[in-house]
Design a protein around this ligand. Sequence first.
Ligand SMILES: NC(=O)c1ccc[n+]([C@@H]2O[C@H](COP(=O)([O-])OP(=O)(O)OC[C@H]3O[C@@H](n4cnc5c(N)ncnc54)[C@H](OP(=O)(O)O)[C@@H]3O)[C@@H](O)[C@H]2O)c1
Length: 333
Amino acid sequence: MSTINNTFKALRVEEVEGNYVSEIKEMPHEELEKGEVLVKVQYSSLNYKDALSTIGNKGVTRKYPHTPGIDAAGVVETSKSEHFKAGDLVIVTSYELGMNHPGGFAEYIKVPEGWVVPMPKEFTAREAMIFGTAGFTAALSVYRLLQNGQKPEMGPVVVTGALGGVGSIAAQILRKLNFEVIAANYELAPEAEIEKIGAFSQIDRNTSDDTSGRPMLKTQWAGAIDVVGGNTLTTMLKGCKPLGNVTTCGNIGSGDLNMTVYPFILRGVSLLGVDSQNCPMEIRKEVWALLADKWALDVNEEMVKEATLDTLKCHIDLMLDKKSRGRVIVKLS
Ligand SMILES: NC(=O)c1ccc[n+]([C@@H]2O[C@H](COP(=O)([O-])OP(=O)(O)OC[C@H]3O[C@@H](n4cnc5c(N)ncnc54)[C@H](OP(=O)(O)O)[C@@H]3O)[C@@H](O)[C@H]2O)c1
């Protein structure tokens, strides 16, 4: 017998006279979008896109009122899909969830069946959300490198933004796969921080963000996972050894890419795009399975903060002020 109440709690963002206000509201189930699968959310996680959605960023969310939360994990309550049944544990991230479809900062989400990933048996909803979209993107970046032939014996791999959500997980996965990892952060980090993510060494901004204007640089690494974009990404490409791979997933520094074709045509370097949002379902399932099993990482609980809908707003404000560190997960039920 279903235990669903008539209403459920959600963090709703509303536009009030040009300002965006977040409040916990009781929502009727009828207000959920159409979709085959109703999920009782156990955990969500906080990402920068969610923070932007709460302040009316139209690049993330076009229409308000809206419920943010691009990540959700929980248990299927009802299903009109033949692939899922009540009681199944699932992960839902990406597509339009939390952007233009009511998201995971709510006790329930209703989504199309094509967005739903069966929970790997090794994971609880909490563990899956500790990784969330950031962890999935990190794993997808490593997956793309390996798919294109990157091997530890080719030499070290640089991870930029290495202490951030995507970078720190990418670095740890690479380490687990026996790659030598070089960290690149905006500022040099304490050695202990670098060691925690499994990096052997770090490079400073003069090296990771070359301003010499040269079309190619002395080769210093065999590959890179870049989250910064702009001149940092071009530096990764210009300094990469022959046949190395560089992934790009972010634009923290810039969305521009101003460079010549020479690293590509004289060294056979590859630039690989990483898009977690529209990643095909087969690859999505494979990458989540790798994260849960062969690439499983020891979770550093010191880096995990657990919020509830009541305390989430403080974490969102910290993230918007760029004072947030580690992962924030949100307990819904
Ligand atoms: N393509 C996709 O599917 C996808 C999915 C998820 C995320 N992303 C993107 O990936 C990027 C990273 O996300 P995230 O969650 O890892 O962000 P994050 O947690 O904020 O981490 C970013 C890290 O980069 C560092 N950093 C900033 N500027 C830098 C620079 N010029 N050089 C080196 N490091 C620099 C930051 O250091 P400080 O903290 O010291 O500033 C921070 O450690 C974002 O652009 C995000 O939008 C893309």
